[in-house]
Design a protein around this ligand. Structure first.
Ligand SMILES: O=P(O)(O)OP(=O)(O)OP(=O)(O)OC[C@H]1O[C@@H](n2cnc3c(O)ncnc32)[C@H](O)[C@@H]1O
Ligand SMILES: [Ca+2]
Length: 498
């Protein structure tokens, strides 16, 4: 018996148990490596780029987007990597000297050349989209609008990028792409989650876009945009109000005050102590008001502030027409609008203005918001200038009007109530990318959002983590057992014998 035991102890060949442990260990290692390789494809190192120029009514901005080069088959995340604000006004302001519109873009185009790696430039699409400023110029002087586009095209064709054209977006496109941007950045589209509405307030137009159960497009087809994105169908309600951006709305409000052709205009939307001499011709230079220019007007008028929120609200209301509606329900000016639904993201001037006024917190009761704005409007112009010495004086003079306009547009125009006001979030960026139509526009033109859902990874993430964890624990256990058998055979034998 003892000789047998001695032989066994000296036998260099592993016992069947050891062999089984080794085999299981090898299988576990192979399985672990296979799962890890399948799940974690190599992390892409390189990026692809796309550039969009937003030629707005008040200014032009350039946005550069990037996404992982190996994932442009619809699975990689597109994010904003750089933005550049073009100096000066919007391209529509260069109607009488179009070449300057092209010149104005050069500095930002230079920044784009520095940002996009040289070897990627030729394959980087470059788009320019113009909005309400060019829509208005096109209405009053279409040849001037063509000349501006010509100048802009010349400048962009000479860039190293793959120029894809410049054009005016329709109001519908502007609204719909803003909605796509917000929901793409929030990962709502890919995951098929409930979507967020989009509210964009520009200088010359404003857009509202949202999904409502109350809307199937049949009542007002011009307000309907259909998408199939990542396997989900969306029937989006969208409307763009030309002339209801905050600069044109201000013109309309002041035009209402100046119908008598007076030389002095008392304005409740400007602070008391504000007094500026303005030209009638400049005030009435846009098609939003030109039809209402009084026949006999002096050259100039004194624009004098009165600082009264309630009165300001009344005159602001006067630019909205609530009298006629041929649909089941309307927002204003006879435009169909279904029942408001879900959360909303409000960006561009909505954010600039409410952020300046410290009123971005929408959990604050609407009445409190109004009280705060009322106090702000009642503050004298001298005091306001002292309190904000670094703020652009043109913006500063207009925040009382702008805040009042925003609240009136949201509550009277779109019908947000004291309850639904808290569904609005004033936003500038989402995960580092600016909210606005540009990203949605590029995603659409580059077919970056597929109609159908992309293939999911071989395993759901939770399954993958569980398998890897179980395998690892098993492997460590087996290796420990093996080590015990090899290095302390006597010890393990003893346990067996006992
Ligand atoms: O969409 P459109 O109507 O073409 O206009 P835009 O694209 O040029 O309009 P923006 O959103 O850039 O700006 C909207 C308005 O907000 C103004 N604005 C920009 N920055 C601002 C700030 O910091 N404070 C107040 N107003 C600001 C700007 O002059 C416009 O009147
Ligand atoms: Ca805009």
């Amino acid at each position: 018996m003892s000789a047998q035991r001695e032989m066994k102890e000296k036998n260099p060949w592993p016992t069947p148990v050891t062999i089984i442990i080794i085999v299981i260990g090898v299988i576990a290692i192979v399985a672990l490596v296979t799962v890890a390789v399948l799940q974690n494809k190599p992390v892409p190192q390189k990026y692809k780029y796309g550039i969009v120029l937003d030629a707005g009514s008040s200014h032009t901005a350039l946005y550069i987007y990037q996404w992982p080069a190996e994932k442009d088959n619809n699975t990689g995340r597109v994010e904003q990597t750089h933005s550049c604000k073009v100096k000066g006004k919007g391209i529509s302001s260069y109607a009488s000297e179009p070449w300057k519109a092209g010149e104005s873009l050069k500095e930002c185009m230079g920044e784009a050349e520095e940002t996009v790696p040289k070897e990627r430039a030729h394959e980087t699409p470059l788009y320019l989209g113009a909005t309400a400023g060019m829509r208005l110029l096109d209405i009053v002087n279409s040849s001037a609008s063509k000349n501006v586009f010509q100048a802009v095209e010349n400048a962009l064709r000479n860039s190293p990028f793959s120029y894809q054209g410049a054009r005016i977006l329709s109001g519908q496109e502007e609204g719909a792409f803003g909605w796509v941007t917000v929901n793409y950045l929030d990962d709502r589209l890919k995951q098929g989650l409930k979507t967020t509405g989009a509210l964009d307030l520009g200088g010359a137009s404003t857009q509202i876009s949202f999904i409502s159960n109350d809307f199937d497009g049949s009542e007002s087809p011009i307000n309907s945009v259909n998408f199939r994105l990542y396997g989900n169908d969306y029937n989006l309600y969208t409307h763009s109000f030309l002339c209801y951006g905050k600069d044109q709305a201000l013109k309309m409000v002041v035009a209402n005050h100046t119908q008598s052709g007076a030389t002095t205009v008392l304005d409740p939307c400007f602070h008391s102590g504000y007094n500026e001499t303005k030209n009638y011709s400049v005030l009435y230079d846009s098609p939003c008001v030109s039809g209402r220019k009084p026949q006999e007007v002096p050259e100039k008028f004194d624009h004098i502030g009165k600082g009264n929120f309630q009165e300001c609200q009344e005159v602001v209301k006067s630019v909205f027409n609530f009298t006629s509606c041929k649909y089941s329900r309307c927002s204003f000016n006879g435009v169909f609008q279904p029942l408001l639904q879900g959360p909303f993201g409000a960006f561009s001037a909505y954010y600039f203005v409410m952020n300046f006024l410290n009123l971005t917190d929408t959990s604050m009761p609407l009445e409190t918001v109004k009280e705060k704005l009322s106090q702000y409007c009642a503050t004298s112009w001298d005091k306001i200038k002292i309190q904000h010495p670094t703020v652009n004086v043109k913006y500063l003079a207009e925040y009382c009007f702008s805040g009042t306009y925003i609240l009136t547009l949201l509550t009277e125009g779109y019908d947000f109530t004291a309850v639904t006001y808290s569904n609005i979030k004033f936003i500038k960026k989402i995960k580092g990318s600016d909210a606005g139509w540009t990203l949605g526009y590029m995603l659409n033109l580059t077919n970056m959002i597929p109609a159908e859902a992309p293939d999911s990874p071989p395993l759901p993430h939770a399954g993958y983590v569980s398998i890897v964890t179980i395998m690892t624990i098993l492997l460590i256990g087996l290796l420990l057992l093996l080590a015990l058998r090899i290095f302390w055979p006597r010890c393990s034998k003893k346990t067996q014998i006992v």
